[in-house]
Ligand binder design. Structure first.
Ligand SMILES: C[S@@+](CC[C@H](N)C(=O)[O-])C[C@H]1O[C@@H](n2cnc3c(N)ncnc32)[C@H](O)[C@@H]1O
Length: 245
């Protein structure tokens, strides 16, 4: 075993231990509840654009893009555009004609302006419309035509019905070996009081949509190792590996 393999084996064993470590998982969930209360995920930027994510999740998406080498990333939920710029920055290093397509029901003028003048604008396409609308999905499919490897990230409206519809519309684009990442599955695991006034909560959120989707979608399986190694993630049960064509 060479040094590279030895280090990989050490990390695998580390993640194995974390997967079995209920105390560490409970501690992490408690921390996540406290930082959710404090809007911690609003505190960061990626190459100048605000990104509403746990930093650990950005690391995981970076790892997936580098591993899968998609020629198209599709993201629902743009907000300020930080996650689009994040994906674009990794695609830029991979080269070729790789693109990230972002969908949002409301692309604010100032966010569009900042994205259009960003140094990575040539890697980014914006589609305004509800991600659950068939016309929006058709516009995304136009971008996917002829692409070899497609990765999809869902981070828009977090209600069960909306995410289930997104899963149905966008999962067919995901190619074998790639991933369908569903954010904010964590809502199911946190106290409902954190989501007072929101349309989502326990029993009605991205995780319940993932569970319903997987019951009839053998092309996908949960990758439990990614949330296990992150510990601090908004996507438990949300990293879905595409296992067949
Ligand atoms: C959590 S933010 C996205 C954060 C972004 N992915 C990031 O990492 O910075 C959710 C976004 O979803 C958008 N959204 C809400 N409902 C939507 C819908 N039906 N279709 C598309 N986007 C929607 C909102 O306008 C908002 O910008």
């Amino acid at each position: 075993m060479d040094e590279v393999e030895r280090f990989s084996a050490e990390v695998r064993a580390n993640v194995d231990r974390l997967m079995a470590d209920a105390d560490m998982q409970a501690l992490s969930r408690a921390w996540l509840a406290e930082v959710t209360r404090r809007r911690y995920t609003y505190n960061f930027t990626w190459l100048g654009r605000p990104v509403i994510q746990m930093p650990q999740d950005l690391l995981a998406v970076q790892e997936l893009i580098w591993q899968v080498r998609p020629d198209l990333v599709v993201e629902t939920g743009i907000a300020h555009g930080g996650s689009l710029v994040h994906s674009a920055s990794v695609l830029e290093l991979l080269g070729g004609d790789r693109l990230v397509v972002g969908v949002d029901v409301d692309i604010r003028a100032h966010n569009r302006r900042e994205l259009e003048k960003h140094p990575l604008a040539h890697r980014i396409r914006l589609i305004e419309g509800s991600s659950s609308d068939e016309r929006t999905a058709a516009a995304v499919r136009d971008h996917a035509r002829g692409r070899q490897a497609v990765l999809v990230v869902l981070d828009s409206d977090h209600t069960h019905a909306h995410v289930l519809r997104e899963l149905q519309l966008y999962s067919p684009l995901v190619t074998r070996g790639s991933y369908l990442v569903v954010f904010d599955t964590l809502i199911e695991d946190l106290p409902n009081s954190l989501f007072a006034g929101r349309a989502w909560g326990k029993g009605n959120n991205p995780k319940t949509a993932v569970w319903e989707f997987l019951a009839t979608s053998p092309r996908f399986e949960i990758d439990p190792r990614i949330p296990a190694k992150l510990l601090l993630t908004c996507a438990p049960d949300g990293f879905l590996r595409c296992v067949s064509d």
